[in-house]
Design a protein around this ligand. Structure first.
Ligand code: NDP
Length: 367
C-alpha cells in the first residue's frame, strides 16, 4: 500500500518494475530512476500503467535525498550496483524511508564483498525507526529462505548445506554475463571460500570442481566460489557443520574468462591509455552485451537450489529444495532473461512484505 522508488534500470530493475506493476493494490505508485533516464523510459514504455521515471546518480546521496523528497515514497528498492548500497542507505536514513537491496556492498577499489559495512548501520536504522532488508534476490535471498524453511519444517538439525546455482541456458553470444559484467567478473575471479567446523577455508579461484545431476537439466560441472549468503547463514543456522556455494560454468565461458584475465582485461586498477586513465574491467563492461539485452533469444533453464543434510527424528535426512526457471517464459512475461527474473521477483516480494507490514521492523535484516 504505497509508493515505491526503484533505483537501477538494468536487467533486474526491469523485472522489479514489471512485477511491482502487476500488483497495483500494493505498489500504488512506481517511480523508476537510474543514471541513464532513457533506460527507465524504455522499461516504462513496456508496461501498461503509468511509471514515473527520473535521472539520479546514486553515488551522490544528496541526489537520492532530493529525489526521495520530491516523490515521498514509503520504500526504496535498490537494484543499481553494490557500489551504491551505502550512499542509498545514507539517503534512506536521512529521509526515514525503508530500504531493500539484492547484493551486498563492495567498494569499487577492492574486489571484496561482505555484510559488515551494511550491518554496521543496524543502530542507526533502529534508532531512526527505519527498516533495511538486505539480499532480497535469489542468491542471496531465496536460497536463505530455502535454508530457513528447511531448518524450521524438515529438520531438527541442519548439518551440511550446498547452495548450487546452475544456468543451463544459451543466449547465443560467445561471451556475456547474466548480471552486471563488472560485478559478475569480480565475483568469479575472487578466491573461493567455504565454511567448515567453525572456520572459513580459502581455495584458489575456480579450483574445486564437482559434477551434479540437476533436475530438469542433467549433469553439469560446478565450481566452488565464495558467495555472500553464506555469511548470514553461518550466523543463523544453528548446528551447521559445513556450507559451500557452487556455480556452473561451461568450458567456453571459462576459456574466455581465462584469456581476459591473462591479458589484463579483468584488472580493476587504473591504467594509462593514450593519456586517459581507464579501468580495464570497466572498459570490458562497456563493450559486453548488457544483461537486459540478453533475453530475446535466450533458451534453456536455470536450476538454483540448496542441498541440505541433517537429522530429523533421530534419522539422517537429505533434501534438495530448488527452483526451475525458463528463460523464454521470462522473456514472454517481462522481456527479461531468467537470472534477472529470479532476482527481481524476490525483490518485489520483499517489497510487498514490507509495504503490507507483514515484515515490519526497525534496523537491518537479511532475507
Ligand atoms: P545492470 O548492469 O543490468 O544494471 C545496473 C543498473 O544500475 C543500470 O541501469 C545502471 O545505469 C544503474 N546504475 C549504475 N550505477 C548507478 C548510479 N551511480 N546511480 C544510478 N544508477 C546506477 O545490472 P543487473 O540489473 O544485472 O544487476 C543489478 C543488481 O542486482 C546488482 O547489484 C547485482 O549484483 C544484483 N544481482 C543480485 C542477484 C541475486 O540473486 N541476489 C543476482 C543478479 C544480480 P547505467 O546503465 O546508466 O550505468
Amino acid at each position: 500500500m504505497g509508493k515505491v522508488l526503484i533505483i537501477g534500470a538494468g536487467g533486474v530493475g526491469g523485472v522489479v518494475t514489471h512485477k511491482c506493476a502487476q500488483v497495483p493494490e500494493v505498489f500504488e505508485e512506481i517511480c523508476l530512476a537510474s543514471r541513464t533516464v532513457g533506460k527507465c523510459d524504455k522499461i516504462a514504455a513496456q508496461i501498461d500503467r503509468p511509471i514515473r521515471t527520473a535521472k539520479v546518480d546514486a553515488d551522490k546521496p544528496e541526489e537520492v535525498i532530493e529525489l526521495i523528497k520530491s516523490l515521498d515514497p514509503e520504500l526504496l528498492i535498490n537494484v543499481a550496483l553494490p557500489y551504491q548500497d551505502l550512499s542509498i542507505m545514507d539517503a534512506c536514513l536521512a529521509t526515514g524511508v525503508d530500504y531493500l537491496d539484492t547484493a551486498n556492498y563492495e567498494s569499487p577499489d577492492e574486489a571484496k564483498f561482505c555484510y559488515k559495512w551494511q550491518w554496521d548501520y543496524e543502530d542507526r536504522f533502529r534508532e531512526k525507526g527505519v527498516m533495511a532488508l538486505l539480499g532480497s534476490g535469489f542468491d542471496p535471498g531465496v536460497t536463505n529462505v530455502f535454508c530457513a524453511y528447511a531448518a524450521k519444517h524438515y529438520f531438527d538439525e541442519v548439518h551440511y548445506v550446498d547452495i548450487m546455482d546452475c544456468n543451463a541456458g544459451s543466449h547465443g553470444h560467445p561471451f556475456a554475463t547474466n548480471f552486471n559484467p563488472e560485478i559478475n567478473i569480480r565475483e568469479i575471479t575472487q578466491r573461493g571460500k567455504y565454511w567448515e567446523s567453525g572456520k572459513w577455508v580459502e581455495t584458489d579461484p575456480l579450483s574445486v570442481r564437482e559434477t551434479f545431476d540437476f533436475p530438469e537439466i542433467g549433469p553439469r560441472a560446478m565450481y566452488l566460489m565464495y558467495h555472500e549468503e553464506m555469511e548470514s547463514l553461518v550466523e543463523n543456522l544453528k548446528g551447521l557443520k559445513r556450507i559451500r556455494f557452487w556455480m556452473t560454468f561451461g568450458e567456453e565461458y571459462l576459456t574466455h574468462l581465462r584469456v581476459l584475465e591473462n591479458v589484463g582485461m579483468t584488472r580493476i586498477d587504473e591504467v594509462d591509455y593514450e593519456g586517459e586513465k581507464i579501468v580495464p574491467l570497466k572498459f570490458l563492461k562497456a563493450i559486453l552485451p548488457e544483461p537486459s539485452s540478453l533475453g530475446e533469444n535466450y533458451e534453456g533453464k536455470t536450476n538454483i537450489g540448496c542441498m541440505i543434510e541433517g537429522i530429523k527424528d533421530g534419522k539422517k535426512k537429505k533434501i534438495y529444495i530448488y527452483n526451475i526457471c525458463d528463460h523464454a517464459e521470462c522473456y514472454r512475461e517481462v522481456k527479461s532473461q531468467a537470472i534477472s527474473y529470479t532476482t527481481g521477483v524476490p525483490a518485489m516480494i520483499g517489497g510487498m512484505l514490507m509495504l503490507t507490514d507483514k515484515w515490519k521492523g526497525k534496523g537491518v535484516f537479511n532475507m
